[in-house]
Write a protein that binds this ligand. Sequence first.
Ligand code: FES
Ligand SMILES: [Fe+2]
Length: 427
Amino acid sequence: MLSKEENELLTQTDAGTPMGKLMRSYWIPALLSEEVPAPDSPPVRVRMLGEELVAFRDTEGRIGLIGEHCAHRGTSLFFGRNEECGLRCVYHGWKYDVEGHVIETPAEPQDSDFRKKLRHTAYPTHEANGVIYACLGPREKMPLFPNYEWTQVPLQNAYVTKCLLESNYLQGLEGECDSSHLSFLHRTFTNERNQPLYKSDTAPFYETEETDFGVRLIATRNTENQHYLRFSAFIMPIYGCVPAGRPTNELEGYEIHAYVPADDTHCWRYDIGFRRDRAVREDEVHRRKQINPDYTRVRNARNNYLQDRRMQKTVNFTGIEDFLNHDACATESMGAVFDRSKEHLGVSDKAVIAVRKFLLNSAREVQSGREPPHVVRDGRHNRFPHIDCFAHILPRKVPWREHFDYLTPTARKENPASFAARQKVAS
Ligand code: FES
Ligand SMILES: [Fe+2]
């Protein structure tokens, strides 16, 4: 349970709020590369952290992410002309470059230079494996772009989808930190013989560990001779890493689910996945079928997620198709911003509690003028091999801390053997 004040602090991300300031300390997804596919292709609206922006790819291929409303008299630049290295407003022809400079004011006298005094809102961007990330904080405090593994693998080894969720970002994010819902919300009744172990033990033992990047979450289910382990991670400020779609013992990559606030009552869910050693197959991106061209979902609150009550009796727990929609149904139906002073948390919510605490502490750090955790400034430490996610079975007598030593905070010291350790486990 949170107090109303804590709940507000965690859920409000507009400019000027403590959480808004925290979010603006990091690189987070702003849009997909496919939305601005080619130089001079049409601009698109981007709503994030309560800000109204437009993105465009200029003639040279550079990405601009600038304030939507023209600095002259406010017309939306979404309707603008993307031409000759700039975006031109349709009202009086003012033209902007990707850095927010006003480069032409053709309705003004030729000798006018007042455009030079203007600087339109513009944020830096970084494109990696189909995602355009942005940092909405002050330019002078911009951190390094973190070289997460999923941003570094070859393009064909990665996939991404994006969709709109009609609720506050935190409801989505908390779902990533909650292994116990796997045994219910995502349960299927078919193929009983090949069910993963999370079906048989519905009350896992949880451990959480604060790390330099956020919180590692370990859920253990026990059978007679074995541990079934699921390692997940929360990365500051909006990323949940899970072994989604990966069979037990597969160590070949994982999924990253990012929940970017559009405003306080909507968020963008990005599902990014990668394979370490091979190209992704089309069928691994099956989620695309669930998403409309405008990034809303086919199954949504207005059509009750197309829930099928007969299917709910015989096929799966919800009667709804696809994990994406199960999660959306569970978290959107709480209401746009759930009042966490009304909840009743149990032992199974340990990881949710740990992540909230980490976020609250980080927001307070920022409020008191200190830099929050995991803002990357040192290029020598800009790789994160200890962020890893997988499900694994170990003999009951083998402690996971020994077997996966590169994952523990004590092994956080320079650990060049981490990838080697992973290979050893895989073989
Ligand atoms: S409002 Fe954009 S140029 Fe006038
Ligand atoms: Fe889920």
